[in-house]
Design a protein. Structure first.
Length: 132
């Protein structure tokens, strides 16, 4: 029989282009759900944040590439760059669970990227675990 657990994770962010590590919060949630085999689904609310699987040591290099792809200025709409970045990246992830643990590549973390130029912004991530 399948189990389903769901929750919302709220994070205070600031930006632009700042990373927020949610890995430990997600790992604790997976443990609490007591699912030995399944999937974790994440969706961040909004049109401008992004979710990534990334080795934090590669974060600065990724930001350099993103800044070249999508400049911050010159847009008619003030935060068009943020909308484009979240489209290029993603606002959702699905991760595997085995033995009640997230399966992540070595040194990889689950990061929320705040793309907008905001201070003390509240982001909500919807989290669902399905498994047995």
């Amino acid at each position: 029989m399948l189990k389903v657990c769901s929750s919302m994770v709220e994070i205070r962010t600031h930006g632009p282009m700042k990373f927020f590590d949610v890995t430990e919060t997600l790992e604790k949630f997976v443990e609490k759900c007591n699912v030995s085999l399944g999937v974790l689904r994440l969706d961040v609310k909004g049109a401008t944040p992004a979710l990534l699987l990334l080795d934090p040591s590669e974060a600065e290099e990724l930001l350099k590439v993103l800044r070249k792809l999508v400049p911050f200025s010159g847009w008619r709409h003030g935060n068009a760059y943020a909308h484009l970045l979240s489209t290029i990246l993603t606002t959702s992830l699905t991760l595997a669970i085995e033995n009640s643990r997230l399966i992540l590549p070595e040194r990889t973390r689950v990061l929320l990227l705040e793309t907008r130029s905001v201070y003390n912004h509240r982001r909500t991530i919807f989290v669902v675990v399905v498994g047995r």
